[in-house]
Design a protein around this ligand. Sequence first.
Ligand SMILES: Cc1cc2nc3c(=O)[nH]c(=O)nc-3n(C[C@H](O)[C@H](O)[C@H](O)COP(=O)(O)OP(=O)(O)OC[C@H]3O[C@@H](n4cnc5c(N)ncnc54)[C@H](O)[C@@H]3O)c2cc1C
Length: 483
Amino acid sequence: MKAYSSELIRRLESIVKPDYVIYDRAGMGVYELDASDESIAGVHTPDVVVLPETAEQIAAIVRVANDLSVPVIVRGAGTGLAGGTITTRGGILLVTARMNHILEVNETDRYAVVEPGVINLDLTAALLGRGYYYAPDPASQKTCTIGGNIANNSGGPHCLKYGVTGNHILGLEVVLADGEMAWFGGASSEMPGFDLTGVMVGGEGTLGIVTRAMVRISRRPEASGVLLAAFPSIDSASRAVSATIAAGIIPASMELMDHLTITAIEVSAQAGYPKDAAAVLLIELDGLIQTVAEHKQIVAEICDEYGATEVRVAQSKAEEDALWLGRKSAFGAMGRLAPNYHLTDTVVPRTKLPLALERVAEVAVEYNLKIANVFHAGDGNLHPLILFDRNEPGAMERVLEASEVLMQYCIDLGGAVSGEHGIGIEKQEALPLMFTDLDLEAMAKLKRSFDPENQLNPGKVFPTSFDPYQRLDSPEKVALHVD
Ligand SMILES: Cc1cc2nc3c(=O)[nH]c(=O)nc-3n(C[C@H](O)[C@H](O)[C@H](O)COP(=O)(O)OP(=O)(O)OC[C@H]3O[C@@H](n4cnc5c(N)ncnc54)[C@H](O)[C@@H]3O)c2cc1C
């Protein structure tokens, strides 16, 4: 136990009931990992886990952490794939699971106010009866929290038409690094001053702790429909994606799964996908009854034109749910194909998808790896899942090299190192692939101004070779960089 620990525990237990302050090794075991790749993030035990119930408790915890110079790392549901919740430097792991209340629903002004630990799908479930829903829907929505979604600016299948989390956050209550509380944004369409809500969205818990969120709620569309189209090649499927959007139709979602993924899904979830297809597109359309009917027809024709061997239109809600179940169980199904997988979340402009997927196939051959593809095709957001066995000597190195080659290629196509999962630990070393030291320094200035003592989720996002607290402001450094 570290020297500060007994005082830390005593002070935390004076803020939160002792039942919610966990510091025995067995109790903390479940918080050592999140959904990220353990081979990269490693296993790290926090000094203490605390489950507060209110924003005021969080503020008090942060003030204690300041007094004792202890890092504070926030955790929602731990479904993050970038290692954002891993306590690499120890510290207080602050879990928001008990802050799971929907505080207000305002249908007239179309917003809800929620605590950060509300599960994404629970919010939609609470709104459906009133004719509303919460649009951003990560495939992990049965488990992940609104706080985690905000911190990672998460996407999801329906973000093609409706935008990612950031497009649905109106205001935030935040506990800052000094333990003070602030409110940014609000229900009005225009807010004066700097857009600090925007700064917090995607902040990965490094700039402030979200304790309350005002989120946009959306009216349920009058109708929706789901189609499954099977293709003889991944290339023809991805060309059908661009053609659909070029035809002026923005489906609610367009998800692409390749043959390997279909095989894994059919073994584990039996969603009824055609087992011999090289790729399937799962397409959801929504809107007015007549528009959905017309668009179904047009999209089916486009799929035919691009060589679809089958286009199936779900005839009931049960059939739609079965098709979606396949997609939503895809990551979990990978266990049927290999003991481990490494997910490279990257993004390219949609029209570059065929090129990017071609490169994925080449890299699989070059590195002698199996790579499955399941992704938000409409957004150009790729998720090559590189399958491997961690126990095979050299496998991890090969996987990481292949992943970096793919990221670099996507950047060269005008894309980015992450499409939606955030940077955390997993992508921190990849940031220099797309940002210069001067770009990183601009981000470091923001980090230093919100968190001058580096207490909030330290060691994340910035590459390990770039210390955000060592100022890059001397003329020689700038000149060197420019050279
Ligand atoms: C099967 C599966 C499918 C997935 N599908 C998608 C998908 O379709 N789209 C997508 O974008 N992601 C997806 N993800 C990734 C993940 O679910 C999202 O990143 C999600 O938003 C994380 O939420 P969480 O509550 O689990 O956050 P956590 O993993 O607990 O935390 C994530 C980050 O948020 C920070 N954080 C959490 N709460 C707060 C808070 N209150 N204030 C400040 N910072 C906070 C943490 O410190 C950490 O940096 C998927 C993951 C899995 C396992």
